[in-house]
Design a protein around this ligand. Sequence first.
Ligand code: UDP
Length: 252
Amino acid sequence: FGKLLIVVTPTYNRPVQASYLTRLSHTLKLVPPPLLWIVVEMSTQSMETASLLRKTGVMYRHLVCKKNMTDVKDRGVHQRNTALEHIEHHQLDGIVYFADDDNVYTLELFEQMRLIKRFGTWPVAMLAAGKSKTILEGPVCNGHTVIGWHTNEKSKRLRRFHVDMSGFAFNSTILWDPVRWHKPTTEPIRQLDNIKEGFQETTFIEQLVEDESQMEGLPSGCSKIMVWHLHFEAPNIMYPPGWRLQENLNAT
Ligand code: UDP
């Protein structure tokens, strides 16, 4: 058996949700087990997500984050924290990966993640609607050694690590066995809220590693795109007023 992969997906109710979760579940189904998919919704479990998850054939846990969203900047943050608490509390032993519901992932990515000892990172292609160029974010590597970062000009000097949320994964034991990893504090590792937009990843990663020497760039040379971060969401897709799935699908 390979190493357990613990894939954490925050998700929320909107018209595109079922299509995204279906697509992601198909990807995860193709990954050789063991894999645990932790899907976290806010406030309550939705029936649609519960029923979709039951049919995927992927091992999963459907968690609920009770905390109310305080700020739009906190998108998914509290839900990821709920998953981190769960992993810590149950001392799950595997590689943790934050997989947003709307991104596209290669199978090679999951193969590569199984090689991670402490913290692995790779470049992510950022595809945004309306922008003319594709922006790359993530490590520049010499073999597995991280020697620099691809980033966009604006934030170059400010962020410590230029990694996207879908551009890294780490050993879950860091969450519950700090002594083994020589972590300076025993404070729980969490995503912090009220962090300036774009700094979520770096502030989180700074709790996991001290510097690039504790990182593993993947695959060797970091010269492949294994995940695409999409920003195509059409916020104006809405159901017609009064439309109900149950009644309207059966109406004809
Ligand atoms: N998300 C969520 N609740 C929210 C906003 C976002 O659960 O209120 C989830 C969303 O489903 C996705 C992840 O958080 O899995 C990242 O959201 P999104 O892709 O919209 O953010 P972006 O990365 O584009 O800033």
